[in-house]
Design a protein around this ligand. Sequence first.
Ligand SMILES: Cc1cc2nc3c(=O)[nH]c(=O)nc-3n(C[C@H](O)[C@H](O)[C@H](O)COP(=O)(O)OP(=O)(O)OC[C@H]3O[C@@H](n4cnc5c(N)ncnc54)[C@H](O)[C@@H]3O)c2cc1C
Length: 416
Amino acid sequence: MTQTVFHTLIIGAGAAGMMCAARIGQKGHSVALIDHAVKIGEKIRISGGGRCNFTNRRIDGHDGSPYYVSQQPRFVRHALSRYRAQDFIRLVEAYGIAYHEKHKGQMFCDGSAQQIIDMLQNECARGNVSWHTGCTVTAVGKLPADSAQGTRFEVRTDQGVFHCRHLTIATGALAVPAIGATAFGYELAKQFGHSIIPPEAALVPLRFEHWAQQGFDHLAGIALPVRIRTGSGKQAMAFDEDLLFRHKGLSGPAILQISSYWQPGQCLSIDLVPDIDLADALCSGKSDQKIQLNTALKQLCPALPERLLDFWLARPEFSPFAAQKWADIPNAVLQQLGRSLNNWTLLPSGSDGHKKAEATRGGVNVKEIDPKTMQSKLQPGLYFIGEVMDITGWLGGYNFQWAWASAVCAAEAIAD
Ligand SMILES: Cc1cc2nc3c(=O)[nH]c(=O)nc-3n(C[C@H](O)[C@H](O)[C@H](O)COP(=O)(O)OP(=O)(O)OC[C@H]3O[C@@H](n4cnc5c(N)ncnc54)[C@H](O)[C@@H]3O)c2cc1C
């Protein structure tokens, strides 16, 4: 028979929800997880190309806030130092899950992301967590202060009515609605008086006007390391990552990272040859050079894919010089060419949106949440964990680490 009174009810059985439920259950409290999805942990399953980039080692021992986008990035500091990447790695090791480190501290499963889902479900089983999947929440309300067993909330669903003392919202954000993302968490937060930082797609490919007309679609599939920048002054942000040309625009880690900072109307500056001052190298190296300009460029920029280089030299301002001897080309042209590759400036027209995003920036305003317990400052007993909050990690395992760390902080506060 369904137990209708729980110490804690968690809505959203994703990364943060499962972690939180397991911890509370293992401390001996009755806890239920409600999710409208029938299949659990879908975002984990598709994460990291199916191998789940479950944390990032770089975060440990440092102030983690630079790796997060938020109106209040320092909010993450307590939770990330309370539950570290190493703590999650220990859990992964305890389950015998083989893993490896990729570049920049990114930790991936050797096998499949399903191993992380199985591990979390097993942790929940150890805590006797009660599951209600395929369950639609129809209303959430407050109970009178003198309610039985100290319950504070009533959650109405199509599987019955639940009462609980602690209610935790772990419904994530808006990325990939096709696998169950909804704005439920924001609506519920607003119901209890919280403000929402407008949610927008983050870690998302960007699009550009007249992309195909300019022939960039022919470059689809080309990938290369770049330095990418946007914003200015205190808002300036830069990443050294790989860029990927697509039929409809640009993607790859460089674009995904910068997309979390990019604001509509702002330009991007992309350095396609980041380790060389090309204008200087072209002008200072040309004397007595009998090789053609395209050969010179290949020598100077070995990491620049040939297809991209040929495309660049076919531009009207450079094509008359492509087959000329390097030494004969005027410095003004060489400077223009060098600058165009070192500082390719382009204005995105928009992004691929929530459908193709890996995260959402914005969310429940963390000013109204206690950073040590994740409890609402406006409604006692109400908690927010994971991506529903205005906390968005960089690409590279930072979002999952936030899910684990915020979940553990809330669980400890609730269980105590
Ligand atoms: C394609 C992709 C790849 C990613 N790869 C990585 C990666 O490798 N590393 C990394 O760190 N991050 C990655 N992320 C981001 C990461 O998946 C999320 O940040 C993380 O899952 C957030 O955890 P969460 O528990 O807050 O939300 P989620 O894991 O999204 O869980 C939210 C849960 O709430 C449920 N829910 C939503 N609405 C309702 C409702 N109305 N009623 C009931 N239940 C509801 C959902 O069904 C879901 O089960 C990736 C994201 C995507 C989309």
